[in-house]
Design a binder for this molecule. Structure first.
Ligand SMILES: [Zn+2]
Length: 207
């Protein structure tokens, strides 16, 4: 299990990141597509989810990972009513669940906002929302960053935290002061690994 701890510093850092970083000037990089199903179990406002998807897409697309977002059923709903939801999941078809607090018993602590296991991400929406409000930043920004981090865990597999970039396990106040947008990106090594893994799937399908 991997979890993401978030504090006020990261939330402030997120606000900084979205103040001006763009993808302009970057071109001719490898791109691969993924589908990300969203099961909104916790009933997060649709407007916030849409904005969060854009935030997460900014981080992912910077690494050449192009996400398509697909609404998926929550318990009690029928898959047939969600035609764009993948029928099966893997590292290129990821399911993100907006969960309720404490729906797991195996170590998901109050200070954690999300976790990634197999091809599934669980994000505890209420806790993200509360922390964002306390830090006076947009919930959608925090949610999007956490989505990108947890999706990163699925794409990268085991031991995917790093000292720099979006896959840092925590954002410290010191790093916030430094304020580099590099804190919100995948490292070049991570980007290379992700494309290698996604290309394996593409080639596997073609064979
Ligand atoms: Zn993590």
């Amino acid at each position: 299990m991997k979890s993401l701890k978030l504090n006020t510093a990261v939330l402030l850092m997120i606000a900084t990141f979205f103040g001006g970083e763009t993808l302009e000037g970057k071109s001719k990089k490898q791109t691969d597509s993924i589908v990300v199903g969203i099961s909104n179990i916790a009933g997060a406002p649709e407007g916030i989810l849409e904005q969060a998807e854009k935030v997460a897409a900014t981080v992912l697309e910077d690494a050449g990972i192009i996400p398509t977002w697909a609404p998926c059923p929550k318990p009690g709903e029928k898959l047939a009513d969600f035609p764009s939801c993948p029928k099966s999941f893997g590292i290129n078809r990821i399911l993100v669940k907006m969960g309720h607090p404490f729906e797991r018993k195996d170590g998901l602590k109050e200070s954690n906002f999300g976790l990634a296991m197999g091809s599934q991400v669980i994000i505890i929406f209420a806790q993200v929302d509360q922390a964002a409000r306390q830090a006076q930043i947009h919930t959608a920004s925090a949610l999007g960053m956490i989505m990108a981090h947890e999706i990163g865990h699925i794409l990268l597999g085991e031991n995917s935290h790093s000292k720099t970039g979006i896959m840092r396990p925590q954002w410290s106040p010191k790093e916030f002061v430094q304020g580099s947008p590099a804190y919100c990106q995948f490292t070049s090594a991570q980007t290379g690994k992700i494309h290698m893994e996604l290309q394996k799937l593409v080639k596997g399908i073609e064979e």
